[in-house]
Design a protein around this ligand. Structure first.
Ligand code: NAD
Ligand code: WQD
Length: 341
């Protein structure tokens, strides 16, 4: 069965391509390389023993998307990762985000709509919940006013998919990721942030390598046990596996609604200081850090209730925070050796 993975050379897409190939799916990756590199293909093939088909294509080019689907009329499902994802950049350049994240989605759906039976999985985000009132967050928690154009593209994307599914043969699953971290345990693929990392874990691993002098902890005056913000950090391999079971659900037509929504997290919240201390344990070194002021737009606490994914998808995150951080650390050490050559 042929599955299109858009953005499949990116962080989460590449790990999902591995899990799909491991389960016997034929993977076709489309990526414009705007936030990834061709070498990721080699990593995927070293892990799985198979090179996925790849086309460099910008999904904002409607004609190119149409042409791609004509040439690949046997695609049975799409996992749509391709998007721009930097929250701060989306505030500075909202049109870039609306154009990329929305038009790419529309062009792919326009081609899928033409099919008799189409399966679609969408990368959504816990950002749609904003600062939820109740923890852990269930899927029926209200979607809050978006805090950034990036977050808004996820909310709008979910709405577009629901509207299109009503009038087409598309069945879809929206996966709301919490905070993906880590790398494949082989260290063949992982996260490759461009420039200064905005996310906590890549900043920590780069600081651990001495590339950054110290980590700034954004605020320790939040109403949490140690004063730092709490998130649900999920291993990227666990997250990748959730896509495969979601796809299988659609293939077996087990979905109870045309569009289903699942939280994908561990169900456990960890504070910034807890993440730092867990990293210190797995890397066997002290991490230099200082407490600074709050980062604008940060919410205090977000962690998932994963009962729905556990019960309905039969999926559960398996890795501990320490295992996730150990894989991120192994990857960081590997890429620094490669770059040093
Ligand atoms: P990523 O940037 O590593 O991967 C996205 C890939 O899409 C990149 O390889 C990029 O080159 C490609 N791409 C972007 N625009 C494209 C276009 N117009 N045409 C073709 N390819 C294009 O990001 P990621 O962390 O793997 O995230 C994947 C998806 O998950 C995104 O939709 C993101 O918004 C969503 N998400 C990510 C997180 C996170 O923290 N990483 C959390 C929640 C949701
Ligand atoms: C985690 C915690 C920071 C860096 C972002 C997006 C969200 C989603 C995931 C896509 C926070 C603190 C961070 C640093 C720090 N992406 N921190 N020092 O903010 O939960 O979510 O990525 O959908 O939309 O907003 O993740 O990794 O940036 O931060 O203290 O140098 O670490 O304040 O509490 P966040 P993050």
């Amino acid at each position: 069965m042929k599955i299109l993975v858009t953005g499949g050379l990116g962080f989460i897409g590449s790990h999902t391509a591995v899990e799909l190939q491991n389960q016997g799916f034929e993977v076709v990756i489309v990526d414009d390389l705007s936030n990834s590199s061709l070498e990721v293909l080699d990593g995927i093939s070293r892990i799985t023993g198979k090179i996925p088909a790849f086309e460099k294509l910008d999904l904002r080019e409607k004609n190119a998307v149409q042409d791609f689907f004509k040439r690949h009329s046997d695609i049975s499902g799409v996992i749509h990762f391709a998007a721009s994802k930097a929250v701060g950049e989306s505030v500075e350049n909202p049109l870039l985000y609306y154009e990329n994240n929305i038009s790419s989605l529309i062009y792919v759906l326009q081609e899928l709509e033409k099919k008799d039976d189409a399966r679609f999985i969408f990368s959504s985000s816990c950002t749609v919940y904003g600062q939820a009132e109740k923890m852990p967050i269930t899927e029926d928690a209200p979607v809050q006013e978006a805090m950034s154009p990036y977050g808004n593209t996820k909310q709008i994307g979910e709405e577009i998919i629901k509207d299109v599914a009503k009038v087409s043969d598309i069945n879809a699953i929206l996966l709301r990721y919490f905070n993906p971290i880590g790398a494949h345990p082989s260290a063949e693929i992982g996260e490759l942030p461009i420039g200064v990392p905005q996310n906590l874990v890549p900043f920590i691993t780069q600081t651990g390598m001495g590339l950054r002098a110290e980590l700034s902890v954004f605020g320790n005056d939040y109403p949490t046990p140690d004063g730092t913000c709490i998130r649900d950090y999920i291993h990227v391999v666990d997250l990748a596996k959730a896509h495969v079971v979601a796809l299988q659900r659609l293939i077996e037509k087990k979905n109870s609604e045309k569009v289903e929504t699942f939280n994908v997290g561990t169900g456990t919240g960890s504070s910034v200081l807890e993440v730092i201390h867990a990293f210190e344990k797995v890397s066997n070194q002290k991490l230099p850090y200082k407490i600074v002021g709050r980062r604008e737009g940060d919410i205090t606490i977000a962690y998932a209730n994963t009962d729905k994914a556990n019960a309905v998808l039969g999926w559960k995150a398996e890795s501990t925070l320490e295992e996730s951080l150990a894989s991120a650390w192994k990857w960081e050490q590997k890429i620094r050796k490669v770059f040093a050559k």
